[in-house]
Design a protein around this ligand. Structure first.
Ligand SMILES: [Fe+2]
Ligand SMILES: [Fe+2]
Length: 253
């Protein structure tokens, strides 16, 4: 009940609901490992995307280097299997310095502040998934990426400022879909995972809103049509048949 107000804008933003067939698949015990591993990788990818955006568009060189150093141990874990939950958490990784806008950046501190907070939260979620996996003896293994993010990004325009605006709209859809899926799947999982997924709703709903607001601000004009366009692409990826089960996969057969 408490979450109805939080989820209402998400449901009206998304052009379809997660199919029941996906929920059925995702609650099968044999798919839990894939669900958690893919979820953990999604958290890192969310952090990387936000880092990439502000490194490309907004921050000075020193800040860019600090951002790279911040994410490196997580990337080492995912791509090079270096470290584990204990080593990652004992590093107490934070951000080593204040992230500042470069002098000629037209996008300013608002983009930076929203993205730095987002990275912080995604890395915290990453820890939380890894902790749950570690407690359940689910070993991490690198897996192939699903079709979802690629299927959205391929429509991003190749000239500025449309590239940035399109990427922000894609970010809004990915966050909104994650939020919708967490909420719909939570009651079908065990108590610990249900509680965890519910705990993610608030930040993911804010991430969606932040991306959308930034897209509107940077465009400086009405972007409804572009948002609708990506909404259609997104809904098609969610509703069409998909053999490969992942956190953002389409409809299982
Ligand atoms: Fe997250
Ligand atoms: Fe997020």
């Amino acid at each position: 009940m408490e979450f109805d107000a939080l989820l209402a804008p998400i449901h009206s933003f998304l052009q379809c609901e997660t199919p029941d067939a996906w929920i059925e698949k995702a609650q099968q015990p044999e798919n839990l490992r894939m669900l958690l591993i893919d979820h953990m990788i999604c958290e890192l990818k969310a952090a990387q995307t936000a880092m990439w955006l502000i490194r490309k568009y907004a921050v000075d060189k020193e800040s860019g280097d600090a951002l790279l150093a911040w994410l490196k141990p997580y990337e080492d874990f995912i791509y090079r299997k270096q470290g584990d939950f204990d080593s990652l958490s004992s590093l107490k990784l934070g951000l080593s310095k204040q992230i500042k806008a470069r002098q000629n950046s037209p996008y300013g501190q608002d983009l930076i502040d929203k993205m730095v907070l987002l990275i912080k939260e995604e890395l915290h979620h990453f820890y939380q998934v890894l902790e749950i996996m570690t407690n359940r003896d689910i070993e991490y293994d690198n897996i192939s990426a699903g079709r979802y993010a690629k299927g959205l990004i391929r429509h991003v325009k190749t000239h500025e400022p449309e590239t940035l605006i399109d990427k922000l709209i894609c970010g809004a859809y990915i966050e909104a879909r994650s939020c919708e899926r967490f909420a719909k799947l939570a009651p079908h999982l065990d108590a610990e995972l249900e509680k965890f997924y519910i705990s993610l709703l608030r930040s993911e709903a804010r991430h969606y809103q932040d991306y959308l607001t930034l897209a509107e601000q940077i465009a400086g004009k009405d972007i409804t049509e572009r948002v609708q366009f990506f909404g259609q692409q997104e809904a098609a990826l969610i509703q069409s048949p998909d053999e490969d089960f992942k956190f953002h996969s389409g409809c299982p057969r």
